[in-house]
Design a protein around this ligand. Structure first.
Ligand SMILES: Nc1ncnc2c1ncn2[C@@H]1O[C@H](COP(=O)(O)OP(=O)(O)OP(=O)(O)O)[C@@H](O)[C@H]1O
Ligand SMILES: [Mg+2]
Length: 234
């Protein structure tokens, strides 16, 4: 696939002369499950927005395979999903409309996506009355319906109870199994262990390591990550 690897070459991001990201070099391979860890304010959300193409970097390059940008190859889901004032089904269908999917196809694809996240029975319910966990599943269905090459997830379970979070983790696993690469952030280390194949660790806007997950949790390479894990683990 020509869009992989997604490569970040010497990425820097600054706002009002304050450096938020600097010297970020990494690549995301097809089929990967990457979790970005780091303390509050480390730059995780900014990094994902740069990867996604929402924020142009101040310096460096984002390459999708051999091209600079691939609109449509990626989707993103945030901590608090934004639901339009219409049914769950219509929310998913609207995402497809924005992506240019033709009329006749939208409803069927939206229904399929809702079924895949276990929400077929709530398709006609107004999205805004759904629980937080259900809304997050609608958001995942909306993203999955686009069949993205990469899905970016910024703390997708941060405001959910453990049961709802487990349901979301299941859906994320299913999305990955369907062939979509996953890049996500979380402050839940149990979740990172369950979902990550690879960990990117950010400290004050710098990437101190990118390590296979099993190795990261057994013995992180960077002192910054070691300190973070010691603080977070019981
Ligand atoms: N558009 C912006 N303009 C100026 N500063 C910004 C902007 N976006 C983020 N920042 C700053 O960049 C730093 C990194 O923010 P970011 O949201 O990426 O952190 P994070 O690692 O996602 O933290 P958290 O774990 O709390 O979500 C913060 O100090 C934040 O205030
Ligand atoms: Mg964040």
């Amino acid at each position: 696939m020509a869009m992989f690897p997604l490569t970040l070459a010497d990425i820097g991001f600054a706002a009002n002369q304050v450096s938020i990201l600097s010297g970020i070099n990494c690549s995301i391979a097809a089929g990967s499950r990457t979790v970005i860890l780091g303390a509050n304010g480390a730059g995780k959300s900014v990094l994902m927005r740069v990867m996604h193409g929402l924020l142009p970097p101040t310096s460096g390059r984002v390459q999708w395979g051999d091209t600079p940008f691939r609109p449509g190859a990626q989707a993103m889901v945030f901590q608090r999903p934004v639901m339009l004032r219409r049914s769950a089904l219509a929310n998913v269908a609207y995402g497809l409309k924005l992506a240019g999917v033709r009329d006749g196809e939208r409803m069927e694809r939206a229904r399929t996506a809702l079924t895949r996240v276990g929400l077929a029975h709530l398709a006609d319910r107004p999205a805004r009355v759904l629980s937080g966990g259900e809304q997050q599943r609608v958001a995942l269905a909306r993203a999955w319906a686009l069949d993205p090459a990469i899905l970016f997830l910024d703390e997708p379970t941060a405001s959910l109870d453990p049961t709802a979070a487990a349901a979301i983790e299941q859906v994320i696993g299913d999305i990955h199994a369907s062939g979509t690469s996953i890049v996500m952030t979380t402050h839940n280390l149990g979740q990172a262990r369950r979902l990550a194949e690879e960990i990117i660790f950010l400290h004050q806007g710098r990437m101190t390591e990118k390590t296979p997950a099993a190795r990261f949790f057994a013995q992180p390479v960077s002192p910054e990550a070691k300190t973070y894990l010691e603080g977070e683990l019981p």
